[in-house]
Design a protein around this ligand. Sequence first.
Ligand code: HPA
Ligand code: ZN
Length: 349
Amino acid sequence: MNLPFDPAAIPADRLPELLRTMPKAELHMHIEGSLEPELIFALAQRNGVALPYASVEELRKAYAFTNLQSFLDIYYAGASVLLKAQDFYDMAWAYLERAAADHVLRTEMFFDPQTHTERGVAMETVIDGLHRACVDAKATLGVDAQLILCFLRHLSEESAFATLEQALPFRDKFIGVGLDSSEVGHPPEKFARVFARCRELGLHLVAHAGEEGPPAYVWSALDVLKVERIDHGVQSAKDPALMKRLAADRIPLTVCPLSNLKLCVFPELSAHNLGALLDAGLVATVNSDDPAYFGGYLNTNFTETFGATGLGARQAWQLARNSFEGSFADAQAKRGWLDKVDAHFASFA
Ligand code: HPA
Ligand code: ZN
């Protein structure tokens, strides 16, 4: 691909500014993972929910994770303060304001309805609050925000089917489905039939695979679930044939560097394989996953990862382009955003 700018003409000290101001899309963030400790405590008080932590500081101290499960236990506890549509709205709005500040023009936000319906919160309450925030984001912030419903893979396929049934009256308010929660021991094929049904319904399909789990889970997400994107997917680098497949089919990987660091998928940020994924020709993207828990929103993921790995302006441009190309927006919207990316980089060179 011809670059619209000369990367050598961008001084290294302008890279953080370039990363912060470049137009970008976010394709992998869990809206419940944007609940900051302050908002958790405010909502707990508003709703009369008791928390097993005495203060914001004590809660924040618990954010020392050793793996995915150690995080999920705290993440589900945090989500217990969400009861009313306004709570879901307030949570999403706080994220969307931060996204706008990070020059995010498009975001596809995951939500976990089973975390709420299992506590007696109605599906309508969840979707109503989140969707109203998305509508307001477009009008007020200029952010194109969409929702992707995730099934919790530690629960049964039967529960996923029941969740889909509950969500179908609101089919126009989400664009796709995903698969998240505890990966190892819950392979994609456990959800083959519910994903087949979602495909018939014309929903976009994504799944977390190859975060902690093996390349075999990425293969089955592609071949059994027929997903269009892989969330995380960093373990794919262990399987050269899989890497070829991902590159040839231009399957986006929604990589989350600070999440991988905090959940000990990589021992340090400088050891992250984002650069290797790009070098192999994969449509890799950078995302924040659960920004309130993992130490930063999208721009922090970019600046810290680039600082630690030595990636430069060329990779920044590729990642910004990949984020829009990998989105589920229509071709015309994508073209407009890609032109903005090119113009932005040209203005720096
Ligand atoms: N992996 C799996 N499930 C999740 C994650 C994640 O990083 N964040 C929220 N649910
Ligand atoms: Zn995730």
